[in-house]
Design a protein around this ligand. Sequence first.
Ligand code: ADP
Ligand code: MG
Length: 698
Amino acid sequence: MSSVSEIFGSLVFDDRVMRATLSADVYASLRRTIDEGKELDIGVANAVAQAMKVWAVDHGATHFTHWFQPLTGITAEKHDSFISPSPDGSVIMEFSGKELIKGEPDASSFPSGGLRATFEARGYTAWDPTSYAFIKGKTLCIPTAFCSYGGHALDKKTPLLRSMEVLSRQALRILRLFGNDTAKRVVAAVGPEQEYFLVTREMYEKRPDLRFTGRTLFGAKPPKGQELDDHYFGVIKPGVAAYMEELNEELWKLGILAKTEHNEVAPAQHELAPIYTTTNIATDHNQLTMEIMQKVAAKHGLVCLLHEKPFAGVNGSGKHNNWSISTDGGQNLLSPGETPHENAQFLLFLCAVIKAVDDYQDLLRLSVATAGNDHRLGANEAPPAVISIFLGDELTAVLEAIETDAPYRGAEKTQMRLGVDVLPKFNRDTTDRNRTSPFAFTGNKFEFRMLGSSNSIACANIMLNSAVAESLRVYADRLEKAEDFETALHAMIKKTIQDHKRIIFNGNGYDDAWIKEATEKRGLLNYRTTADCMPHLLDKKNVDMLTSLGVFSVDELRSRRDIMLENYCKSVVIEANTMVDIARTIISPAIEAYAADLARAASAKKAVSPALTCGYETGLVEKLSRLLDEIGEKAGEMDTALVKLQGAEDIVAEAVMIRDTILPVMSELRSPCDKAELMVARSYWPFPTYGDLLFGVK
Ligand code: ADP
Ligand code: MG
């Protein structure tokens, strides 16, 4: 392997390459587009396209594609080759500015939730110059946004860019009030920690449930699971280490700052964390990371499972979205400062987040809602579906002192009068790493822990950026009009704490007592499933906020609700069909074969010695027969429930039926199958068990 610094970014048309291959004028003009969002003229685009093509062809590329993120949650690409015929019969490699800036994929099959009638097949893709182009295989990939000709966003990138823009605009208003005249932009940055499972390809191929749905639909608890906690941060097995090594290399080539890797709590579970970067780039990179994880696994005879809950009874996989906001000058606005002045500003941004999370709990919850993630949130696993914020003791004490006009119980015992000049310096509380909180302050950033491992991080960040922008807008509106800034600031911070302190919780988020307190005493929302939360995307307060900020139009919101619910319904229906199929055609025959052999063995033994009771065999045959009956009955119930589903009035009603009829029957069908697994001889069981899968990678 060449040195890391040699390979890092070697497949990216990044700033280094731009500087080296573009004329000074073109470079400066492109930089203005990237940094300030200035429009790009076609002359510059042509020059950039030319340089990009030469560079890409030099690096072995033959094709280019507009790489985009439709609402399916994965990425899409349609390749065009650079070739263009030349009069002498040969070809030349061509790529114009027009082709760089805009593409027209035939995108009629991407979900649009009614935003684009299918006959109006084409949407268009538009270059996002803030995310660098890169080479994947033999293709130059150009990150793009995807819109309909009517101007509706058909993707996840467009609203994400809009949310970053509004957050920047509102945060700058606040910074100006604190006397900062130099900042030009405020940027949200994200470091997403990605969890995943590795299983051997050989075993994976033998499990139709994994192949069709990404998770096991059957499987008895293995004799050893995660109870010893011996996997977390444990020694990495050679097969996994080789995988991680190649994964890192491939990610580095793409300029992805893969940094930390370790084993997770569950056996066969691992984590990869990159160094944080701009939300937009972090989102592109996370999509690429998930793709490369799967590709590299295939080369190692492994399969990377990104499903949120591949194994029942074993920890699921999430994605921790570490989020902070900084000025273009590099000042982290969520970092407690050195001076009272900085601290007052910090407290205001902190309060903006507290208010945002409380006001828009539902949006944050639904931004991570999928059929897969429902198995983590709202089940007995971390984090719960109830959203709360962990602040740590020190910061909580500071807020309490402000709220009650009491002296702060820190070292200086100062009255917390939040005039800009008197706020004492307080310590960052990074010691208490509360792992059970869905939304934890970790010293200079917030860690939103509810994302599912397969989620695009775009959705969560769109909602987070927008909700915080809304808090800042409310604050700026008031403060800009205030006669006395310091008095108004103090009053506003105090009021935010009074109004929103219910969302702050530093205790154990797994505790049942907390869920009771949260919902009954504090009135916090507890949407356990996608069917429960998704319809609230269209609640008036949410539509008002998101449309007034210009992040979504009403039509875009409606389409997203429909697509997310459709996705939920389709995923569960595929699981239900797969279950019935496996139960009838694979599991039942295996149980039957074993029971029949047992019965034959019993009668053979009785023939030899009539006095034998053969209690073991007959008892087991009886039990297995009863389980077979139960499986048949539940599979029949599922058939009926699936037929009924077709009568659902609309997508909301269908989702509710999925939640109330399909999912319960799925667990009832699973139960006799899992019981049988523990009674049937291993040699008869038709596919690898949990024990095989979880401990199979060497
Ligand atoms: P842990 O598992 O202890 O929470 P990791 O090191 O696995 O921590 O991941 C922390 C993530 O937070 C990394 O992706 C890191 O780059 C990111 N991060 C660190 N500082 C910031 C920040 N200021 N803003 C956003 N993300 C950050
Ligand atoms: Mg980590």
